[in-house]
Design a protein around this ligand. Sequence first.
Ligand code: BES
Ligand code: ZN
Ligand code: ZN
Length: 491
Amino acid sequence: MNFELTVLPVADISGELEVIIVVDTNLKHRFVQDKKLLKKAGFSCGQDETCLLIEKNRLYVGAGSLKSTDIRRAAANALKALKGTKYKSIKVATYTNKGCTYTLRAMIEGFILGGYSFETYKSKKNKSRIKEISVSLEEYSELTLDIEKAAEQVHKAQIIADATNFTRDIVNTTPDDCYPDVMASIAEGMAEDVGLECTVLKPKQLRREKMETLLAVARASRHNPRVIHLTHKPKNAKHKITLVGKGLTYDSGGLSLKPADYMVTMKSDKSGGSAVLGIMKAVAELDLPIEVHGFVGAVENMIGGDAYKPDDVLVAKNGKTIEIRNTDAEGRLVLADVLCYAQQEVKADYIFDFATLTGASVVAVGHYTSSIMGNNKEIQNLVVREAQNAGELATALDFNDYLKKTIKSEIADVCNISNTRYGGAITAGQFLSEFIDKKHIDRWAHIDIAGPAFVEHPWGENPHGASGAGVRMIVKLLEKLAQEKEIHQKG
Ligand code: BES
Ligand code: ZN
Ligand code: ZN
């Protein structure tokens, strides 16, 4: 999708169709030229409503307000409404909120995210044909915008939304086509394209690194595991940030096999790792002045004579022993080793891990929201705030000592499941905290994206399938860290 910015009014620029975003049901605004027709069509211009006047080549879309979230959704709805039409180019006026360019950025993101569809396995493609979008700097709220400032926001929005779609593509790919070695090749190809360093660890090196819990989860699969390490290391970088992602290319549950209905969509168990790949792509393209390391544990959890078992005791990379009582709680085992490895390789100012870790997170906060955990309230709050600024929903879940006791084991240092079915997102997070060393313990946040990572019923700017959850959230946070002069660490 190409975007062209112009100072000309929207009426004077070319574009096969004009998109008009109607804000707060204000049909009296000068952008609205078809008030009578719209009323006749029953268009009440609410958020998520669209009205295509095909003879006029105008598409009206409703937005609740000029806030970024509403404009992003409206722009996404515009592209969704045009799917299947023959339009190749559209034009639209700038939308900013009191001259603030965030809303313009959200509009561009909305167009790219809403225009996404995954059609690799369809014989007949029905992709959005829109390739050219002309944006007039004629503004909804009649402010004038600096063209350079606007162009910069458009460029950033493109990078971030394209990175989100890159993540969506990986997650949507079927487990037979995207197994650990393929995920590693995708990482290597992307790294080469954008100028990142990339190292891939294969079983021999994983054994040398004593990543026995990760290897145990991978054992019954015909696909060998991989650990991917991507590095963005600009000169004079201000901060060091580590990202770790769960990349279960398929989660059958292992011997604690998932029931049939719950196994479907488990190709999306690689969403955390795929988000890390998307974030690293965006970080490189934005050339953020911070050092960022992305680690992915790419593994397939299967059944077979060689499978790891409930009753096994595994030894993690940091020497802690883990009693296995359920092989479906495999993500935390993979992350345990990758977190240890990441901390050994990089002493970071912040560590963020991303995982579709628990169904309990979905039960607790719903399908739209990520759960943010950790030992440092400030970092949890930082992630929640930047997620919201980026258009993602996130909420903090707090650890407590009572739940911590529920993952004690009679025979090992820790058990891979809790002795209670309640609070499962938190107990999984507390399990991970066993693998965070002293130096990093209050520099770490765990992000459970099990709810929003995979979309069965489209919502907001997310069509069916992978949403790319985590990408916008953390790129926004990294942009903020890149702007900061110093890190204010607690403890
Ligand atoms: N990958 C699943 C979690 C999940 C569930 C992600 C639904 C997305 C949607 C994870 O590996 C898992 O199976 N967790 C178990 C943990 C349990 C055995 C303690 C779960 O949530 O049921
Ligand atoms: Zn599982
Ligand atoms: Zn899983």
